[in-house]
Design a protein around this ligand. Structure first.
Ligand SMILES: [Mg+2]
Length: 339
């Protein structure tokens, strides 16, 4: 029996710039830093609660506090922790993800193994990450495109009344490939299709969550007509039928804060592959802790959207690196490799 002492503290982080998507704006994030300690080894994790899923810093903290100490018959049994947390209550996937990544970090440190080796990943370098450009006035978007200079792929947030102007502003400055994320902002098939037709001539390689997650029939129609691959984000929280999702989308965006675990994310990833779905691994606005855990999952993915930590004024650790050509790389150090 191993008894883990679990502690947490607020991880309040400022954004370099106000970040706006179709649902709202934010200047800071209120995440939670988690430590799991046993045998003089400490695993680190992060919860990035999301109001889209009725989570806050307070609700995540309350869930983590329910854990008190964690008594593990086998401390290396990650599935046992996931099952135990499910028994403590529904929802609160950000808190669950933060706890599971802390246990994984502990296991890697205890064994002296980087997690990419422990999990037998194809390597320690994942796909190129996109860099996000939130919704803003065209003059501010120009500055953001300049700031995104080192990154080869842009992720552009749409879902406004001036979406075409945003794209035209960016295209006057760069021809970099663009991933568009409408964050459920287009509410009719006609409007979504008109936007996709416009974007098809603009070197846009993916459209993420064009319509609300509730628009299942509409998305099925849109998939049949779209000339750009469509990816599920808000429609894919981890509990849906992947077969059903494959009738609406060409790919899925897996995020730890939605699935609640690295282990669950990898299971979803491999099942989705069998159904022919393409895979992106994304993030919330989160620090390098959670982005590093996400980068671990991204080692098996086609696309990465792991710029959350790059949008912050500071990070509590060094972890995943974004190489000069945009590829994400994990450190060759035990656990998540946070230093
Ligand atoms: Mg998204």
């Amino acid at each position: 029996m191993t008894v883990f002492k679990i502690s947490n503290e607020p991880l309040d982080l400022l954004l370099k710039r106000r970040f706006t998507i179709s649902r709202g704006s934010r200047d800071k994030v209120n995440n939670v830093l988690i430590r799991m300690e046993a045998d003089e080894v400490t695993g680190i994790g992060e919860a990035a609660p999301n109001y889209r899923y009725n989570e806050t810093q307070a609700s995540a903290t309350a869930f983590i506090n329910k854990m008190d100490d964690y008594h593990a018959i086998n401390p290396f049994d990650v599935d046992a922790l996931v099952a135990y947390m499910a028994g403590l209550g529904s929802g609160e996937y950000a808190a669950k993800a933060g706890l599971e990544m802390a246990l994984y970090d502990w296991i890697g440190k205890k064994l002296g193994l980087p997690l990419y080796k422990l999990l037998q990943a194809p390597g320690r370098t994942g796909p190129k990450t996109t860099f996000s450009i939130g919704i803003d006035k065209p003059e501010v978007i120009k500055d953001k495109v300049v700031e995104a200079g080192p990154f080869p792929l842009l992720k552009v947030k749409l879902g406004t009344g001036y979406d075409k102007e945003i794209i035209t502003t960016i295209r006057a400055l760069t021809d970099k490939p663009i991933l568009v994320d409408a964050n459920e902002g287009w509410t009719t098939v006609d409007h979504a299709l008109a936007m996709i037709r416009f974007l098809d001539n603009q070197n846009v390689f993916m459209v993420e969550q064009p319509m609300p997650a509730s628009c299942v029939n509409e998305m099925q129609e849109l998939k049949l007509k779209s000339t750009i691959p469509l990816f599920a984000d808000e429609s894919m929280t981890g509990n849906e039928s992947l077969l059903e999702l494959s009738t609406q989308f060409h790919g899925i965006n897996i995020k730890l804060m939605k699935t609640g675990a690295i282990s669950t994310s990898l299971k979803i990833l491999h099942q989705a592959r069998k159904l022919g779905l393409q895979i992106m691994v994304g993030c919330m606005v989160e620090s390098v802790i959670a982005d590093t855990a996400s980068a671990l999952v991204a080692l098996w993915a086609d696309y990465a959207d792991l710029d959350g930590h790059l949008l912050l004024t500071e990070n509590p650790f060094n972890g995943l690196e974004v190489l000069p050509d945009g590829y994400v790389q994990l450190k060759n150090k035990p656990g998540l490799g946070l230093v």
